[in-house]
Design a binder for this molecule. Structure first.
Ligand code: HEM
Length: 1369
């Protein structure tokens, strides 16, 4: 303590002696440290901050450390440390140390970025200033350049280049030289100047350019049969080269970059390999790979040859030509490269002759030579050959020329040319369309136009496509023949008045039919008369009417009320050549509306269900080609404003409010060759007719499809329970429709992509019996409900009938669903469309009438039933669980086309069902919402379609008669002028507009006139549409053998059950979780409190459908008369049987009333009247039979006649008497008994069975032939006696034989179906064994090549086939 005190005193003395602190300066550098020494311990260091002394301890900066000896260290120096620091002891400043920071160097000269070529000398200058003098070092990226020789700054460039050492040199001042650079020297170079004050740097980016070098060169490629071709090209260089492609096709020397290629089939992958999908000959050309970088451009090219072995578009045909006549054999071949044609006669090169010349036409990829004979001589007879060769191979075609006497048929000589012409232009246009559509819909960057979506609702099935193609070829060939004949002035008659038979010989017509494909397309359905065929509908509707098996079937001709109204009388539409008001103009001025009025009574379900019904009945087959057939104007319909088959564009006026184009695209519907029950055109010239792709029966074809193939795709056979395939679950147990997937067979193969929530995302669509299913969510909902309803019914039927197999359950459930559809349509829907009078026109149901044709009427589908388009609101409502607001809101119509996600992702079907109930129907005021006229099928920023304009144009395309024509048919007066329309169109403004649009009242299109009529009381249409719609629905009911109320298919009890299923019940049963509904869901009802609970709706009683397994049930089900003598008649009433001889009477198809209209059967041979009645009702020659009857068995001759009328001769009747000869069933009359034999044919009409019920004679008559002398008669009598004795046995064996026959027929049908299928498959896959028969040849289309396949020893070899080009698509 004493020592310390002493020391303090000494120090104080010392300090007081020298009061000024010692001053020092310390220089620090960034990041370094300084030590400030004080010389005393226990001192305080302060820092002068802004003029104030602050104890460093209070600064809280850990870099300041004062040690015990009083030294302060400041580490990691920063700029802020530059200050004056004072060391103080006993409050006396001892030392003041100024800390200053050394300055970092500054870069005086910095290098800039350099781009040079390989081998260059690079000079990167860099100089720095600073104190102390900075040193300079160089870095490349992160690495320091070491051991770099230092050279004088004064060296010349030459000296530097030659200086010994490596590539890097640094000058004394710090400049860097890099010599002989390669791309590897490309880098960032850093000049770093350093001194005590720190470092500064400057950078230079050096790029040593290396021009592209192609490492993988594109290879010349010959492609045959490839689906995709890849042409690779790789390049390197510095910087990495970019590869682009240029295509110079041989055809048109256009230069296109692949991505911009108009076909959309070109793409490049990540490695820039060029890929061409579905290569066509037109793709042949030079493919130039262009590699580019900053150093330059390098190109390499390859030649692509898309090879196609020569194929005959249509090879020359055999010809028989009159002596001195002329003939042209056209050999038109395509192939790639373009083939060369050579001609041979009798296996020798064609010898020189004065009588012919060869004309030559070549287009890229195609060559046509015509061997033209001007004046044929007999020595020209022979076998000729047209041989075509190219790199890919050789094809030959032989034909013969026979010289005959003159022919009277002027058209014959043009047949071959006509077919050449038609096939060339029609088939190639169709092929092109199919290829383009396939490519478009499969493109990874699919971006649909409204036309694409439109295509999705008008898509022909493959079968329809073939039919349509044949029809077009036939029609165009005929056009050609007519033109040629007219040019020769052979006939000046109007074409449609010239019978085909007078123009062409029968052989030529056959030839035309055959080669156009029409012959093959004729359908002659074979109807099964037992079991399946009698109990259940076919899927395609054939054999519904047994006398006319194609009536009402799918792919059948659409009928007409009135003759077709074509501008040229046979195939060009009104407005084709002459002026009619533009359909778009009518739509804009008269039909479009932006405001809609609500119907006060009906719900919008009327619209949705109407569309569902429409799709059950009608789907006009769309034209197979969207490219024109014109020989020299091959253009896509969407790119032309010219009428050129099949393009019929809709004119757009310059003042159009929306569309800035001269026209809207429109493609004509397909036409039909002929139906199964008539020959092609019945050998008559006839007008263009359209065809229906679906059955026109109301048979729920929307659920099951209109062809067996469709049905197979839709059925779920896995559980053997008659179920339909389903998709995802919506809620447990309730499924959505299945989604289109790879299971779809080619038949149903579709160009379909649906729209996802983001309009640019595309998904698979749902599948159902009708491919328009996803067109709008309401329609999709109804499809879903009926699919579920089927499955529910099938499930329950299987429960009560465990012995039934998959098919039986499926068919029985389908039968019920058909009945439900019919019941709802006629009980709930139609009365609201037609009103009371319209329903009276349909009348009560009185039974099936086989003379009624239930086929579609063109006026119905192309005009009247399109009234439904006026019912469509611009927005579709959706409602929540309690019919309140739905959280996702309503659906604007224009955002709802083809959107399955509206169901899948937005709450299932229930919100839409409730919306249908709670939304008023749009008032049918003759107007269509702008959603349909301005925004139909628009996706993203595309020019949308106009449904009203399409409807009008379609009416013209289909040659629908005018409104005025139809008024007359419907019992109204023909209007003389526009004012005269006031009875039906009261609105004067509408009449005024009509008069401004149309030049005459006779021009008004049916759809327009009908739409504008005032609505009939209680209905939704005017009188003209009412008349058409009522007639169609009457036919659909009365002409349907399977109509549910016809008492042949269901018991009365079953019909009662079916009638319990209303639309409300369908909503309840098949909705996701609908709990309450109005009883009539077609009526608008806004008060959900008054709705009925689903559980309170009538229950469907499945016990009515229990099959007890007895013969009765089966007989009932198949409503077959089983042929057993003594069995009951078809009505189930059996009273006639007790009354002696039993003749049963009745008109065709009618209910049989035993005993005939007189009420009693003929007795003991005296019943003339009765027999007469029976005979008349039998439907054949009354007189003879009456005579037979009158004679009461005493007149031999008459009996013979009677037998003849029965369809067999007397002798036959007598000797064979039931031994199954052909005919309608004969009739024998004995003194006491009338015996009518059933038709002993392999198949017989159901109606015939109903007319002629076989009964055995109850009593053996007293010898009926006593006293006869006539020997012929005696023979007959002996024979008849034999027959009579054995009658019972005979009938039994007859029955057995029939049964076996049916079985046989069934098997034959099966085999035939299989054979057809195999044959079909052969077309695609090739093959040789079909239904046990070896086929020598088959044809197949394999990519782009058409081949003939020959079968030898079970192996198939295929060669190019000239003949099958016409089959291909
Ligand atoms: C949102 C609802 C609907 C849309 C988007 C729609 C759209 C279409 C389209 C695009 C066509 C093809 C036109 C042609 O090219 O000729 C068509 C045809 C037709 N529509 Fe509609 N439609 C709807 C509702 C209805 C309704 C409610 C009915 C009747 C009650 C109906 C009856 C018809 C008829 C009869 C055809 C002709 C069918 C044929 O023969 O192919 N449509 N519809």
């Amino acid at each position: 303590m004493v020592v310390l005190l002493l020391f303090s005193l000494l120090l104080a003395g010392a300090l007081s002696q020298d009061a000024e602190p010692i001053r020092e300066t310390e220089i620090g550098r960034q990041g370094g440290f300084v030590a400030l020494r004080c010389g005393f311990s226990d001192v305080t260091w302060s820092k002068n901050v802004n003029g104030e002394q602050t104890d460093v301890k209070t600064l809280g900066d850990r870099r300041y450390i004062v040690t015990a000896d009083g030294t302060m260290y400041i580490s990691r120096l920063k700029e802020i440390d530059a200050a004056v620091y004072t060391c103080t002891k006993f409050d006396t400043p001892i030392k003041e140390v100024t800390v200053a920071m050394a300055a970092r160097p500054t870069i005086a000269i910095s290098p800039s970025d350099v781009t040079v070529h390989v081998g260059a000398l690079i000079h990167l200058p860099c100089e720095a200033q600073g104190d102390p003098k900075p040193t300079i070092e160089w870095r490349v990226g992160r690495s320091q350049l070491r051991n770099v020789p230092v050279i004088s700054d004064d060296l010349t460039e030459e000296e530097i280049r030659n200086y010994a050492g490596g590539n890097f040199l640094v000058t004394e001042k710090g400049h860097l030289y890099i010599r002989d650079v390669t791309p590897g020297y490309s880098a960032q170079y850093i000049c770093m100047a350093t001194n005590d004050g720190g470092s500064s740097w400057a950078t230079s980016r050096v790029l040593v350019l290396d021009p592209p070098k192609i490492t993988t060169r594109p290879q010349d490629t010959n492609s045959l049969d490839a689906d995709i071709i890849g042409i690779a090209c790789r390049a390197n260089g510095n910087p990495n080269p970019k590869i682009t492609w240029r295509v110079e096709t041989f055809e048109n020397i256009t230069i296109v970059e692949p991505e911009n290629h108009p076909s959309g089939r070109y793409e490049t992958d990540a490695y820039k390999t060029l890929r061409i999908r579905f290569p066509l000959p037109s793709d042949s050309g030079k493919y130039i790979c262009v590699a580019t970088n900053a150093g330059g451009v390098t190109e390499a090219s390859a030649i692509l040859q898309v090879l196609i072995t020569p194929q005959f578009r249509e090879p020359p045909k055999d010809a028989w030509v009159p002596f001195g006549g002329s003939a042209v054999f056209s050999c038109s071949v395509f192939g790639s490269p373009t083939p060369v044609i050579e001609w041979f006669k009798d296996n020798q090169y064609l010898p020189f002759s004065q009588t012919y010349e060869i004309q030559h036409v070549t287009r890229p990829g195609e060559v046509q030579e015509r061997l033209v004979f001007r004046s044929i001589q007999f020595e020209d007879t022979g076998f000729y050959e047209c041989r075509a060769s190219n790199l890919a191979g050789t094809s030959r075609h032989e034909f013969s020329l026979a010289v005959t006497d003159a022919t009277p048929f002027p058209g014959d000589r043009f047949v071959s040319d006509a077919l050449d012409y038609a096939q060339e232009f029609v088939q190639s246009a169709i092929q092109e369309t199919q290829i383009i559509l396939k490519a478009r819909f499969n493109a990874p960057n699919f971006n649909p136009t409204p036309q694409d979506l439109f295509h999705m609702v008008r898509q022909p099935t493959r079968q329809a496509l073939y039919m349509a193609m044949s029809a077009e070829v036939f029609e165009h060939a005929m056009d050609y023949i007519h033109e040629q004949i007219e040019a020769l002035n052979v006939t000046s008659m109007e074409r449609n008045n010239v019978p085909l038979g007078s123009l062409l010989s029968p052989e030529a017509i056959d030839h035309l039919e055959d080669l156009s494909g029409c012959h093959r397309r004729k359908r002659q359905p074979k109807c099964q008369m037992r079991c399946q065929g009698m109990s259940f509908r076919s899927h395609d509707g054939t054999c519904n009417n047994i006398k006319h098996p194609t009536w009402g079937s799918s792919l059948n001709k659409i009928n007409r009320f009135l003759p077709a109204l074509y501008e040229n009388k046979y195939n060009t539409p009104r407005g084709w050549g002459r002026t009619l008001p533009s359909a778009r103009m009518i739509s804009q001025r008269l039909i479009r509306t932006y405001t809609t009025k609500a119907h006060s009574q009906f719900s919008v379900l009327m619209m949705h269900f109407g569309q569902f019904v429409d799709h059950d009945l009608a789907q006009t087959v769309a034209g197979p080609s969207e490219t024109s057939f014109a020989p020299f104007l091959r253009v896509r319909c969407e790119q032309t404003c010219t009428n050129t088959m099949p393009c019929f564009p809709i004119e757009v006026h310059s003042n159009d409010s929306r569309i800035d184009a001269a026209c809207m695209p429109f493609v004509r519907s397909a036409s039909i060759c002929g139906t199964g029950d008539t020959s092609v055109f019945g050998k008559e010239t006839r007008v263009r007719e359209q065809l229906n792709q679906v059955t026109s029966f109301l048979d729920a074809s929307t659920v099951y499809g209109s062809a067996d193939q469709e049905m197979e795709t839709l059925r779920d056979r896995s559980a053997n329970k008659g179920q339909l395939r389903v998709g995802e679950e919506s809620i447990p147990g309730k499924h959505f429709l299945p989604i289109e997937d790879n299971l779809i067979p080619e038949e149903m193969e579709s160009d379909r992509r649906c729209i996802g929530r983001a309009a640019t995302v595309f998904l698979d669509c749902f599948i159902a019996g009708d491919f328009r299913v996803t067109e709008q969510p309401g329609l999709t909902t109804l499809h879903t409900l009926f699919m579920r309803q089927h499955n529910e019914i099938a499930y329950n039927l299987a429960e009560v009938n465990p012995q039934w197999n998959d098919d039986r359950i499926y068919e029985e459930a389908r039968k019920i669903i058909g009945g439900v559809m019919q019941h709802i349509t006629y009980q709930e829907y139609l009365p609201k469309v037609l009103g009371v009078e319209g329903m009276e026109q349909i009348g009560d149901y009185t039974g099936y009438d086989s003379d009624v044709d239930a086929s579609l009427l063109n006026e119905f589908s192309t005009a009247a039933f399109r009234f439904g388009h006026t019912l469509i609101p611009p927005t579709l409502f959706r409602r929540g669980k309690n019919y309140d607001k739905f959280e996702l809101g309503d659906m604007p119509l224009h955002n709802s086309f083809f959107t399955p996600y509206r169901l899948l992702d937005e709450g299932g079907v229930d919100p839409i069902i409730r919306g249908m109930i709670m939304q008023n129907l749009k008032l049918p005021d003759g107007k269509l919402s702008d959603s349909l006229t301005e925004r139909l099928f628009h996706v993203v920023a595309q020019v949308a379609l106009d449904l009203a304009a399409i409807n009008i144009q379609r009416g013209r395309d289909h040659a629908i008669p005018t409104y005025n024509d139809m008024r007359q048919v419907c019992g109204m007066r023909r209007a003389l002028d526009f004012h005269d329309l006031q009875g039906e169109i009261r609105n004067a403004t509408t009449r005024q507009l009509l008069s401004e649009l149309y030049s005459s009242v006779d021009e008004i299109d049916l759809w327009v006139g009908g739409l504008e009529e005032d609505i009939v009381e209680g209905g939704l249409v005017g009188p003209t549409f009412r008349c058409i719609i009522a007639e169609q629905f009457k036919r659909v009911r009365d002409g349907d053998r399977f109509w549910f109320e016809s008492d042949k298919h269901f018991t009365q009890e079953q019909i009662r059950q079916i009638k319990k299923i209303t639309m409300a019940k369908v909503f309840c049963d098949s909705g996701d979780k609908i709990e309450k509904v109005p009883v009539d869901v077609f009526m608008y009802n806004s008060d959900a409190h008054k709705f009925t609970q689903c559980k309170d709706l009538p229950k469907f009683d499945y016990s009515a459908f229990v099959d007890c397994g007895g013969a009765d049930y089966l007989r009932y089900q198949s409503y077959l008369y089983d042929g057993t003598p003594g069995s009951t008649d078809l009505t189930g009433t059996s009273d006639a049987i007790s009354n002696g001889p039993r003749t049963t009477t009745g008109t065709f198809g009618s209910t049989l009333t035993p005993g005939g209209t007189t009420g009693s059967p003929p007795d003991e041979g005296t019943g003339t009247t009765d027999s007469g009645t029976a005979t008349t009702d039998g439907g054949t020659d009354t007189t003879d039979r009456v005579t037979a009857a009158t004679d009461g068995g005493t007149d031999t001759t008459d009996r013979v006649t009677a037998a003849t009328d029965g369809g067999t001769s007397a002798t036959d009747a007598a000797t064979e008497g039931g031994t199954l000869t052909g005919g309608r069933g004969g009739m024998e009359k004995t003194a006491t008994t009338v015996v009518v034999y059933p038709t002993p044919a392999t198949s017989y009409a159901r109606e015939d069975l109903q007319d002629v019920v076989t009964k055995d004679p109850v009593e053996t008559p007293a010898n009926p032939i006593e006293g006869r002398a006539d020997s012929e008669f005696d023979e007959a009598v002996v024979a008849r006696l034999t027959v009579r004795d054995d009658l019972e046995a005979l009938m039994k064996s007859l029955d057995e034989m029939n049964r076996q026959l049916d079985m046989l027929n069934y098997k034959v049908a099966l085999v035939e179906t299989k054979a057809e299928k195999l044959e079909e498959r052969m077309l695609v896959e090739g093959g040789c064994l079909v239904a046990g028969k070896v086929y020598e040849q088959s044809e197949r289309w394999n990519g782009d090549e058409c081949t003939v396949c020959t079968c030898q020893g079970g192996a198939v070899t295929c060669e190019p086939n000239p003949a099958c080009a016409k089959l291909t698509l």
